[in-house]
Design a protein around this ligand. Structure first.
Ligand SMILES: Cc1cc2nc3c(=O)[nH]c(=O)nc-3n(C[C@H](O)[C@H](O)[C@H](O)COP(=O)(O)OP(=O)(O)OC[C@H]3O[C@@H](n4cnc5c(N)ncnc54)[C@H](O)[C@@H]3O)c2cc1C
Length: 515
């Protein structure tokens, strides 16, 4: 058996690669396995939300992704079969309270995955991630005192067993790790056939002329989604019956796309039938084996959340592994991963399903409901935006590693602040990667051995350590009538109140309760 790792990761898609880097940053020994040597050429996800951007900011890759490979996504339009606008949403006016574009960014998935993989060797401050690309994972086991993974080198056919303290299956929708954990998958009311077309537009003038937006065509016979991506990539998703899926040809694709633009300079990266399905296995853990990303949850793509849910999984698991590895919490702490993430994903998936069914509705009741929503959106775009923001505000954890304050389990804001040398910085860049105790008012909290030394938490006092240059933090503290807030490494609020010492004591007790 090979030298034990801290964490073995099966699947080097975006979720596995994000988790590997988060653990690498914390100094852990990680091995990651994938049957494919290269990243998949065509993007699947096209939109990352502000929370994923924040996690990529922590990894130091967000600034590298922006520019060529990502840009803010502001415009979403619903159109009829003639492409006449039924309702338009423009998110420019929504305040960026999490430090990144409120409605997220359109991005190029292969570029993101290349950046994530490039950082596996980023050895300046941490060990490198051991990569086993071109390895088929044949079996996993989490029952003993270590997790084991059996993998076959596809070229040499040599089979090797690896071991680690824990194993995470980020091995996609057809996950072997999921099948190891459970046979039970809960269907969540969406199972439909679509054709996914990824197109490269080689004519730059044509590419530049395409409006930068996602467009949802609510056709009575079949919905079409059009998204202008990055790097000359355009996505079309076309809802089809089973029969059409069987017989759909490149000529059919060209006929559909020619309703949008001249097809003479396009190249198809792929035309693939997809079965969009929504569902989750009932369990995400068995012994030392966990699942994350598509392995743990599948959603229809209409909220652009499939990958984002997986990136949140990675951030959630990474800091909890760290607590367990450092002896600050027992293994039971890792159960809070499913306690927090499962209901959160359930709400997210239900939201996506509702959107998907709304776009495709062809019964009278569905169409009337849709027409009413679009009417409201047209007469009051502000209200439509507010409703969209509310529908997307699915981010509160109700159980798990959280305190009792009403803010506990919510995401903390990330404004620009002024730190040393009067340089404006995003709050997380000042706070670092661990727990953050942020205080306001006259009484700065006192250092204590457990929080400051053992946990390695960071204290920031507004007015002393940072200037709240735009006043957002002060306004937040006033609005919620608090003077201290304790934020977890994944930027969710552990607890809030007036007594900073009580918050850290509460965290210590909560971790101790996990054994
Ligand atoms: C048309 C479409 C549009 C989408 N749009 C969006 C969007 O806008 N926003 C969004 O957030 N999400 C979107 N998604 C969803 C998103 O693409 C997925 O949620 C995301 O790619 C899942 O990442 P993952 O790392 O969990 O899994 P994957 O990307 O599937 O990676 C799993 C990896 O595991 C490897 N693997 C599997 N089994 C084994 C094995 N036995 N041995 C070795 N290797 C193995 C595979 O080779 C693969 O590389 C969309 C999906 C589709 C299909």
């Amino acid at each position: 058996m090979r030298v034990p790792y801290d964490v073995l990761i099966s699947g080097c898609g975006p979720v596995g690669a994000t988790l590997a880097n988060l653990l690498r940053q914390q100094g852990y020994a990680v091995a990651i396995f994938d049957r494919d040597k290269d990243v998949f050429i065509a993007p699947r996800a096209m939109q990352i939300d502000a929370e994923s951007c924040r996690i990529f900011q922590q990894l130091g890759i967000q600034s590298r992704l922006e520019g060529r490979d990502a840009r803010p996504a502001y415009k979403h339009v619903f159109v009829d079969k003639n492409r006449k606008t039924l309702m338009a949403l423009d998110t420019h006016s929504i305040r960026e309270i999490y430090g990144h574009a409120a409605a997220g960014m359109r991005f190029h998935q292969p570029a993101l995955e290349h950046l994530l993989r490039a950082d596996f060797d980023n050895t300046e401050a941490s060990p490198k991630v051991d990569t086993y690309l071109g390895y088929e994972v044949l079996a996993v086991d989490g029952a003993g005192s270590a997790a084991t993974l059996t993998a076959k080198n596809i070229e040499t056919e040599e089979v090797t067993e690896f071991s680690g303290r824990y194993l995470v299956g980020a091995d996609g929708g057809n996950s072997l790790c999921r099948k190891y954990i459970t046979d039970t998958r809960i269907d969540m009311n969406y199972a439909r056939r679509w054709i996914v077309m990824d197109v490269l537009v080689h004519d730059d003038a044509l590419w530049n002329s395409l409006i930068d937006r996602s467009e949802f065509m609510c056709r009575p016979d079949a919905a079409v989604v059009f998204v202008k991506g990055c790097n000359n990539h355009v996505r079309f998703d076309f809802e089809v019956t089973d029969e059409v899926a069987e017989t759909f040809t490149k000529d059919d694709a060209i006929a559909l796309i020619s309703n949008y633009f001249d097809t003479s300079s396009i190249e198809f990266q792929r035309i693939a039938p997809y079965y969009f399905y929504a569902g989750m296995p009932d369990k995400w853990r068995k012994g030392r084996v966990f699942i994350a990303g598509d392995a743990a949850h599948l959603t229809s793509p209409f909220s652009g959340q499939g990958l984002n849910m997986g990136i949140r999984d990675a951030a959630n698991l990474a800091f909890k592994f760290d607590l367990v590895f450092r002896g600050l919490a027992g293994d039971e702490c890792l159960n809070s991963y499913q306690d927090e993430r499962w209901p959160h994903c359930e709400r997210t998936i239900n939201g996506a399903t509702a959107r998907g069914l709304m776009i495709s509705a062809n019964d009278l009741r569905g169409r009337m409901k849709r027409a009413l929503s679009f009417f409201i959106g047209r007469v009051s775009p502000g209200l439509a935006l507010a409703m969209t923001v509310k529908m997307s505000d699915f981010t509160v954890y109700e159980n798990g590693l959280i305190g009792a304050h009403k803010l506990s389990g919510d995401r903390f804001i990330q404004p620009w602040v002024t730190a040393q040398d009067d340089v404006p910085m995003l709050l997380d860049d000042v706070a670092g990667d661990g727990f953050l105790l942020l205080t306001n008012g006259s009484d700065a909290s006192q250092k204590e051995a457990w929080f400051d030394k053992k946990l390695g938490g960071k204290r920031l006092h507004i007015g002393t350590d940072i200037e709240d240059s735009k006043g957002y933090l002060t306004a937040y503290f006033e609005k919620h009538d608090i003077s201290a807030i304790l934020v977890r490494p994944d930027r969710y609020i552990f607890d809030a109140g007036d007594d900073a010492a009580a918050l850290t004591a509460g965290l210590k007790d909560a971790l101790a309760a996990y054994g």
